[in-house]
Design a protein around this ligand. Sequence first.
Ligand code: GBH
Length: 442
Amino acid sequence: MTRVPASGQFWWGAATASYQVEGAVDADGRGRSIWDTFCDEPGRIADGLSGADACRSYDRWREDVQLLDGLGANAYRFSIAWPRVQPQGHGRVNPPGLAYYDRLVDGLLEHGIAPFATLYHWDLPQPLEDAGGWMARDTAERFAEYAAVVADALGDRVACWGTLNEPFVHMALGYAFGTHAPGEVLLLDAFAAGHHQLLGHGLAAQALRAGSPGTPVMLVNNLTPVRATSTSPEDAEAAHVYDAFHNRMFLDTVLLGTYPDALAEAGDVVHDGDLATISQPLDLLGVNYYNPTLVAAPGADNPLPFELVPIEGYPTTGFGWPVVPEGLTELLVGLRDTYGDALPPVVITENGCAYPDEPGPDGEVDDADRIAYLDAHISAVGAARDAGVDVRGYLAWSLLDNFEWAEGYTQRFGLTHVDFATGDRRPKASYEWFRGRIARGW
Ligand code: GBH
């Protein structure tokens, strides 16, 4: 088993996340997470549904492994549900919950597919939320304790660890704006939830290194090139501040050991020594890319120091997100130019798009728009590689149509169509296309 990407080897594959695909929320002693709670609240999820069944991957993971094998993938990024491992979020470990990941990891390895395991993709154990969630500093310590348990159980076989998925998005949607679990509307005070995630990342990286020496560790960020609507000083300043929150808060801290100037005042939650913990050396940086962000100075009634503006002039996905593949090249080259030698090799850990994807009369999904999206974005990665950026992998979001958070099942991101009434999987045209693209390589 190759544990570190050998030079010349490129990781090709796809990604999912526990709550979005597993279902089986009551199986084998799993505890409740903030997403179980959030989905129970009326009006939170577009179709009123939850991840209770999702893609049933808890029972049908063998089919997922077969799909990856059929793609020719050499990596699969999945996440581990903390409430399956520690139903209370601390203390007692639940062996039957961990055993699911044992089976999955072994199944992947049997097919020569490297397991990329993310420890936290937003499904916080509910008892920890009851104790303050990520607004509580203690949650960072609990996360490190959980990381040590997982490293001990799976560290001999996992190819690459991801600590957190998209701490910015979790801070913003979960704690600032409340459209994701746990549904808090704290606006700028949500900074603490971001800082405590960063601290948890640093502590967990230490625990993973101690428990599974030699296994690469990455942080997975959602990153976006930020553009101002005009060259006015007000719009430029708003873009600068937004970039600090979205990108630099989760890069400068981790790679340079500093907060960006725009956040220097951000709070007394940052203790002496935190930045040293947060800036543990990283083996890889995971980059999830969807689209650039356009920012203007805030209007008079806006309590925030920026305003997000829709980007015009590009095609949009079914979700309404602009399709801007060159933004990915811009992002990657910008990372290299900004961070230089402090930037570890990069893996694209998510990239993809939602479209309606109705099956035709023959049951086939002819998702030509997804093929065009993936093709253009993979080419954008190639352009960054040609410009000298060290990109080691491309993992599409997602292997399967799945539970798309606040959108429920209304947005389909999969290479594989899932009939949510039955759980039946059927590869789309884009799956066949991606198989050919992987076979071709660079
Ligand atoms: C990821 O988050 C998640 O990791 C994954 O679980 C999820 O299923 C997937 O993406 C698809 O959503 O308003 O047009 O500027 C992505 C975070 C935040 C990226 C919102 C796009 C806004 C688009 N996304 N963002 S737009």
